[in-house]
Write a protein that binds this ligand. Structure first.
Ligand SMILES: Nc1ncnc2c1ncn2[C@@H]1O[C@H](COP(=O)(O)OP(=O)(O)O)[C@@H](O)[C@H]1O
Ligand SMILES: [Mg+2]
Length: 444
């Protein structure tokens, strides 16, 4: 048994009516997570002192720790009425608000608490807050793709050195982006002369690994623009942590470095359809986002706003209003010519035997995404690496290596297409998903 605790217990036994000693004992019990005993001591303290805000707060914290949350809430309410305002109390209020899924309040209290006392910063709490937002705002069945390509937010502004040439296939999309996005950005006068409104964002959707992110970066590269890649988790992090940076600052940063492609990845998580939202906090973030998109207070001239999602059907319809993401583009799995282009792109970069039969590879890779195709080549290369090391020379990849790699790597777009089929059949009222219907050979 710990000495401090032993001494305090003895002291309390000697002078049972000494509230100060008892408080010290209670605090020590709390420190050592003897919650039930702390509860008892604190009750005695309160009996002895009548009113002691600190002891009351401790009791509330103790109840919280004992998972008697509603009792904790009652005491907290009382303390609030009494004007209690200590950082530790504010933190408890944050915990209670989070328990009630009142996320804006939870966040506000939490910020206030750690502003006043940084020692209260609690990564566990932040994670819980973030998860609650995701649970409440994010749609179910959402596959989060692996994010090895994702840049952490403060990787900052990038100037992509790639162009459309590094994107295999997707020719019609490249054309559409050029015509509807790049040209207006470069020649705003012409478009304005014809009364065409420019601005607004473009939403790319489709199965993972088919080039949405790549296309966004290449678009920036095409016009020599800056590129900022914002993941949804970045926004949530910003919102949850009491950091200075926020959504507005991202937009400001983009506005300050125009021309700039501002790319929002996994945007569905942010704009999950309102029917999937159980509380107002996600809406709060959405509204903030829409405000910036609308660019009323600050002009979005010279900004190209792109977003990507694997699950467009979960996106709040408010995002699709004119001037927002009013252009929606299906980035489909690569068709045969696109697969050929992608395979060529990656095969170009590696030593291989002469006479690789690309069209055979293309035939065997239906439903393979661009990322799958790249993976196949990586697998083939890896299988050759050992041999190369043993022989101490570069051993070229053969057709057989590639065919073996195809066998070892399953196409990843099928699941998405199956899910998409359900959504599209039931949610294509406005013809939003005609492209997917066509791709899946479905009749309207
Ligand atoms: N059309 C494509 N051309 C070339 N590479 C591609 C293509 N599509 C996907 N890839 C490869 O797969 C990786 C992942 O693609 P990405 O753009 O992140 O997919 P998405 O954003 O649609 O999930 C890319 O970095 C690239 O290496
Ligand atoms: Mg992506």
């Amino acid at each position: 048994m710990n000495n401090t605790l032993k001494n305090l217990r003895e002291a309390v036994a000697l002078s049972p009516d000494n509230a100060i000693l008892r408080k010290m004992l209670a605090k020590e019990l709390m420190n050592q997570s003897y919650w039930s005993e702390a509860e008892m001591e604190l009750k005695v303290v309160l009996r002895l002192t009548g009113e002691d805000q600190e002891a009351k707060l401790w009791l509330a914290q103790t109840y919280w720790a004992l998972d008697k949350k509603s009792v904790a809430a009652v005491i907290a309410e009382e303390l609030e009425e009494q004007g209690c305002d200590t950082p530790a109390f504010t933190f408890l209020l944050a915990q209670l608000a989070l328990e009630n899924k009142d996320l804006p309040k939870a966040k506000a209290y939490y910020e206030k608490a750690i502003d006043a006392n940084l020692a209260l910063k609690d990564t566990g709490f932040e994670a819980q807050l973030k998860n609650t937002i995701l649970d409440s705002g994010m749609a179910m069945g959402n596959t989060t793709e692996s994010s090895e390509e994702d840049t952490p937010f403060f990787a900052d502004i990038e100037k992509p050195a790639i162009s459309f040439e590094q994107v295999g296939g997707l020719e019609s999309i490249k054309k559409e982006i050029a015509l509807k996005i790049i040209h207006p950005l470069k020649n705003p006068q012409i478009y304005e002369a014809y009364g065409k409104k420019i601005g607004g964002g473009v939403l790319l959707y489709g199965p993972p690994g088919c080039g949405k992110t790549l296309l966004a970066r290449a678009t920036a590269g095409e016009i020599n623009a800056s590129f900022i890649n914002v993941g949804i988790s970045d926004i949530l992090d910003m919102w949850v942590g009491s950091s200075e940076r926020n959504l507005h600052e991202i937009f400001q940063k983009a506005r300050a470095s125009k021309p700039c492609v501002l790319f929002f990845d996994e945007v569905d998580a942010l704009g999950a359809s309102r029917s999937n939202m159980q509380n107002s906090s996600s809406r709060f973030i959405v509204n903030q986002f829409l405000d910036e998109l609308d660019g009323i207070r600050y002009s979005n001239d010279g900004l190209l706003i792109l977003a990507a999602t694997n699950s467009p059907w979960y996106l709040d319809a408010a995002f699709r209003r004119p001037g927002r993401f009013d252009r929606i583009i299906f980035v489909q799995p690569p068709d045969a010519p696109a697969r050929e282009a992608i395979l060529n792109l990656y095969l170009e970069q590696i030593p291989k035997e002469a006479g690789i039969n690309i069209s055979k590879l293309v035939k065997q890779t239906k439903d393979y995404s661009g990322a799958d195709l790249k993976a196949i080549i990586d697998i083939a290369v890896e299988s050759k690496l050992e041999e190369s090391l043993m022989q101490n020379k570069v051993v070229p990849i053969t057709q057989k290596d590639l065919l073996n790699a195809i066998k070892r790597h399953q196409p990843s777009t099928k699941d998405w297409l199956a899910t998409a089929k359900n959504h599209v059949l039931y949610a294509n009222q406005s013809g939003l998903y005609d492209d997917v219907m066509k791709y899946l050979n479905l009749k309207k």
